[in-house]
Design a protein around this ligand. Structure first.
Ligand code: NDP
Length: 305
């Protein structure tokens, strides 16, 4: 019997984008200024191209300026570094996002480290990560922030909050797992981080009030790994063959959680697609507004706080 309610990431993300748009409108009114996001895309990876297209579209829809810098797959690391340096130096650029993954011949850490932390809207530089781990203010990584917002949203609707809840995060990447752990800790959750060497992962997951899956393995987390009534945030995006009869496309997207089975245990769960994914872009736009205000010493409009 299905009991879980669906956490509508598209709707929550649309709400965040509306708040961003109203913040941008107030910056234009007060300071005659609309923030600018610069996105750097290296190569032809189809998924990255879709993400960048969507970022461009939503940035403009929110009333901000969007700059796209497309570089060929075989571009040298030096050229990428020079571009990042020039965006750092450009006073009209508020946020810099380098779309990952970069081609293998480019050192990702070196490129990310080059980004001015004041413009680090992806929250991935050492400074941003350090500030997060120390509990200081700063720009936070978008997907983990989106995951926290969704968890809060559903718990508030259940008349609860995150404080004191046991949050288990499966995955310890710099992009998702680790920053998510710090963010849920900031919300006063008791946090456990699990990974590929965790013993008896099923039991660890079963102890979670909030289960965040950021593994990158299709439907790895089974229904009976989920405590009855838990909230499940599935960050995973995995492309798998579509075996449905009369399928329109040969492949489809699934999460790290076996969604159908999980619905019998969870109280609420994010779908894939349509869960965390839309939140990532919405939080990127929000970070761009926050970066623009912080760099200029302006108070950020209330709607993005
Ligand atoms: P990584 O590959 O960097 O990290 C995966 C993590 O999962 C690692 O910490 C790894 O552990 C752990 N892991 C792998 N196998 C197992 C296993 N069998 N049991 C337990 N843990 C395991 O991935 P990312 O964090 O970058 O991404 C995770 C997923 O989230 C992917 O599907 C990605 O596409 C998706 N994603 C979605 C976004 C969105 O906007 N919705 C944005 C970013 C990512 P160990 O460290 O021990 O190797």
């Amino acid at each position: 019997m299905t009991i879980a309610s669906l956490i509508d990431g598209k709707a929550v993300a649309a709400g965040v984008r509306t708040n961003v748009a109203s913040a941008v409108a107030s910056l234009v009114k007060k300071h005659n200024y609309a923030p600018t996001l610069a996105v750097v895309l290296v190569g032809e990876d189809p998924a990255s191209q879709v993400y960048v297209r969507n970022k461009h579209k939503f940035t403009r829809e929110a009333g901000m300026r969007s700059l796209e810098h497309k570089l060929p797959e075989d571009v040298s690391e030096d050229v990428v570094l020079k571009l990042v340096k020039s965006l750092n130096a450009d006073p009209s650029v508020d946020g810099i996002l380098v779309q990952l993954p970069l081609p293998n011949h480019i050192n990702t850490n070196r490129v990310i480290s080059e980004i001015d932390p004041a413009k680090d809207v992806d929250g991935l530089t050492e400074i941003s990560a350090g500030r997060l781990s120390l509990g200081r203010s700063g720009l936070r990584p978008c997907t983990p922030v989106g995951s926290v917002i969704l968890a809060k949203h559903v718990l508030n609707a259940q008349g609860e909050d995150l404080s004191g809840k046991h949050c288990v995060i499966v995955g310890r990447s710099i992009l998702v797992g680790k920053p998510a752990a710090f963010l849920f800790l900031e919300e006063n959750c008791t946090v456990t981080i699990a990974h590929s060497l965790t013993k008896d992962l099923a039991s660890v997951c079963r102890s979670a009030d909030i289960l965040v899956a950021a593994v990158g393995r299709p439907m790895m987390i089974k229904g009976d790994w989920i405590k009855k009534g838990a909230v499940v945030i599935d960050v995973g995006i995995n492309r798998v063959p579509n075996k449905a009869k009369n399928a329109k496309r040969p492949t489809k997207l699934v999460g790290d959680v076996d969604y159908k089975a999980a619905c019998e245990y969870a109280s609420a769960i994010t779908p894939v697609p349509g869960g965390v994914g839309p939140m990532t872009i919405a939080c990127l736009l929000r970070n761009t507004v926050l970066a623009a205000c912080a760099r200029r010493g302006w108070d950020a409009p209330k709607s993005v706080l």
